[in-house]
Design a protein around this ligand. Structure first.
Ligand code: NAI
Length: 722
């Protein structure tokens, strides 16, 4: 046994989970085989009366090895073989509870997914009072369900409704809540954990689970057997359908497992669970979500794109130019990460207004008990307001978020460079102006970079890092260090108009307006976007960024590019609304009306401006236009080397643009459809709606060569994690 240390003393066996060479215990095929062997040993040895399962690492067991899980999608195994292999772990857990000897889980640290399921299969659970310990079944977040007995044991322990809530949301529980729910039986100080586990076994406990006893009833009733439980399933299915729009199969599969599995004996229930688990493992949603949201996002957080050999930068003092919406947010997240911030605006009063933003956020957190007065005071004390550039002298990094105007940005760049040190980095938070152009105003363009934040900064996890033509590797490396310091996720892109995220986001809003021009009813456009999985419809989101801004960007781009400008096909729609004074949400009206104290409503006047066609397209066609348009633009960003790695495109499209997470991002979306099929469909869309859908040449070539953005796992998985 390589992954479990087996020892026996005074008739009690201790199985200590300890995966060699890993910082955490994970469920791997090797671990499953070792556990099987260990349980057999306990069962067969007459000298052993019971066993303790614990871990040698900080966490108890954190769930499956995600890399292994992702690669399973391309496994050549047949569905029947997959079903059997998915039953394997469940069978070992079942053996624990039926082998006749009592098992106690001594939960020393976090137990998630298969880790918690292992403890549920034990006859008793004692946890160490460890403040960082969490318990949960988060499989739904990677598009799966708890496939090692979780969907069967949890409802049998705590009732159908509570179990469904935890499993369909993937909630992480703190110990007090887990104890209250009855998921753990006792909580003891960490140094008494093993003593307590031994003491429980010394009490000659019964080695039978409640659900294996005659006459067992599920608390509150199971499946269709109890009116309250039936209500739970009816309401649960409706809620899941509304929240997932049927794009995420896992929550419904969890409901089915519990509904079907809790009216039959547990052995049958476990087979039902394995059947649904296998079905989910054959669906690309789990592969896409796991790869982008966990594996590749994890790598981005660890700065996978950081050039090597550059000393790590720890920003102690940040200069923040502009204390408007963005500057105020960046100042807050930086101060929260322990950085001293010099917040500069045109006047101290303006800067103070920016600092007030932090004060307001903190007041809210205090009200909700999420921070303490001391912590809030300390954070605010780190933000110093000023209108004097001399105060920037010691900053290692200065970020500008002044008005989106080249002249103003040039002016603040000159004034800053006059006072900062030669090694300091200057970053622009511009959302549209190419970095290389802005850097021409810098005396040291090598130290000039784009750090594009998203609004609201304190909530949005992404920062798009833009490398200008002259930006050095050292500047990139240290800008990434700062992004990590403030605990955001970076993607790295090369300079281009609108970079990656603003450019693709623009195609989404434009397509919404193009649909309107084509006579598609506004409600159909907005609903189709949501059904496709976008968080907000294209018309609503245009109102949010404002028609005014859309127009400004258009004018600036036209002036910069002249004849080279590929004018957005529906810019006239935004201009028309602007002309009518419907400038956007901030101004009280746009595509929607925003009556005081009421929900927004689509503006009835749109029907006159853009009369609906007599025949409306099927919703699938509208969804397709909205998603394919973004995906084809992302493919162009790869062709033009704006994106150098598919993972950046996928992470950026989900966290920066709101592309639906179930797709794994815009490029995984193309892979999942099939590159050749996607190209053919884009050709059809181009013919029907315009050349903006024409697929880039490189994508055609990929289709011809049978390639995709992420090679199949059975053909070498290196790039899938890159
Ligand atoms: P804002 O209008 O809320 O704030 C701009 C701030 O800059 C104001 O407080 C203004 O007083 C200050 N300012 C103007 N000229 C100045 C000067 N010469 N010296 C010092 N301070 C000066 O604008 P917002 O929305 O915060 O945008 C700022 C920048 O961030 C723009 O470049 C914008 O394109 C970019 N951006 C905006 C996003 C958004 O969602 N609003 C998202 C990402 C980037």
């Amino acid at each position: 046994m390589k992954t479990i240390n087996f020892s026996a003393e005074n008739g009690i066996a201790t199985l200590t989970l300890d995966l060699p060479g890993r910082s955490m215990n994970l469920l791997t095929p090797e671990f499953m085989a070792d556990l099987d062997e260990a349980v057999d040993r306990v069962a067969a040895d007459d000298g052993i009366k019971g066993a303790i399962v614990t871990s040698a690492k900080d966490a108890f067991l954190a769930g499956a090895d995600l890399m292994w899980l992702v690669n399973q999608f391309d496994s050549p195994a047949t569905p029947a073989e997959r079903l059997e292999s998915n039953m394997a772990l469940s069978n070992v857990f079942r053996k624990i509870e039926t082998c006749g000897k009592p098992f106690v889980a001594a939960i020393n640290g976090t137990a998630l997914g298969g880790g918690l399921e292992l403890t549920l299969a034990c006859h008793h659970r004692i946890a160490a009072k460890n403040p960082s310990l969490v318990l949960g079944l988060p499989e739904v977040k990677v598009g799966l369900l708890p496939g090692a007995g979780g969907t069967q044991r949890l409802p049998r322990m705590i009732g159908v409704q509570k179990a469904l809530e935890l499993m369909t949301q993937g909630t992480h529980l703190r110990l007090d809540k887990a104890l209250e729910l009855g998921i753990v039986d006792a909580v003891v100080p960490p140094d008494e954990l093993m003593k307590a586990a031994n003491a429980w076994l010394d009490g000659s406990p019964n080695a039978e689970q409640p659900w294996d006893k005659k006459g067992f009833r599920i608390p509150g009733g199971g499946g269709a057997m109890h009116p309250a439980a039936v209500q739970t399933f009816i309401a649960g299915s409706a809620m899941v359908a509304r929240e997932t729009q049927h794009n995420y199969p896992a929550p419904l599969a969890i409901l089915s497992c519990v509904y079907e599995g809790t009216i039959v004996p547990i052995d049958t229930g476990l087979r039902i669970e394995a059947k649904y688990f296998t079905k989910l493992m054959l669906d690309p949603v789990y592969r896409n979500m796991t790869r982008t949201l966990f594996i590749n996002k994890g790598l981005a957080d660890k700065l996978a794109r950081r050039p090597e050999g550059v000393p790590k930068l720890q920003v102690k003092r940040l200069g923040m130019l502009g204390a408007g919406m963005m500057g105020a947010g960046i100042a807050y997240v930086s101060a929260k990460a322990g950085i001293d911030v010099v917040l500069l605006d045109r006047s101290v009063e303006d800067a103070e207004r920016g600092k007030d933003y932090s004060a307001k956020l903190l007041a809210k957190q205090l009200e909700r008990g999420r921070t303490t007065q001391d912590k809030a005071d300390a954070l605010l004390a780190r933000i110093k307001t000023t209108d004097n550039y001399d105060d920037l002298a010691d900053c290692e990094l200065v970020i500008e978020a002044v008005f989106e105007s080249r002249d103003i940005k040039a002016d603040v760049t000159h004034k800053t460079e006059a006072v900062i040190s030669d090694t300091a980095i200057f970053a622009s938070n511009t959302s549209t102006l190419p970095i290389t152009g802005l850097a021409t105003q810098s005396k040291r363009p090598g130290s000039f970079i784009g750090l594009h934040f998203f609004s609201p900064v304190d909530k949005m996890p992404l920062v798009e890092v833009i490398v200008g033509e002259k930006t050095t590797d050292a500047t990139l490396a240290q800008a990434l260090d700062y992004v990590q310091q403030i605990r955001k996720t970076p993607i790295v892109v090369n300079d281009s108009r609108g970079f990656f995220t603003s450019r693709v986001f623009g195609t989404f809003t434009n397509e919404g307006m193009a649909l309107l021009k084509d006579g598609v009813k506004p409600a159909l456009i907005e609903n189709a976007a949501k059904m496709a999985g976008m968080p907000v419809g294209p018309l609503a989101v245009t109102d949010e960024v404002t028609q005014e801004l859309v127009h400004k960007v258009h004018v600036q781009t036209a002036a910069d590019l002249g004849d080279d400008y590929d004018v957005p096909s529906a810019i006239d729609v935004a201009e028309k609304l602007l002309e009518l004074g419907r400038k956007g949400k901030r101004f009280g009206k746009g595509f929607y009306d925003y009556p005081e104290g009421e929900k927004k409503r689509l503006w009835a006047g749109l029907a006159e401006l853009y009369p609906p066609a007599a025949e409306q397209p099927p919703v699938e066609e509208v969804e397709k236009r909205l998603l394919y348009r973004q995906a084809v633009e992302t493919a162009r960003c790869i062709e033009e080397n704006v994106l150098t790695h598919p993972a950046d495109g996928d992470i950026g499209s989900i966290f920066g643009i709101g592309f639906p997470p179930y797709t794994g991002g815009a490029l995984s979306f193309i892979d999942t459809i099939g590159v050749a099929e996607f190209v053919a469909e884009c050709d059809r869309l181009a013919k029907a709606y315009g050349p903006r859908f024409t697929p880039p040449e490189s994508l055609r070539q990929m289709a011809a060569r049978g390639e995709q953005y992420y090679p199949r796992a059975d053909k070498g998985a290196e790039r899938s994690a890159a």
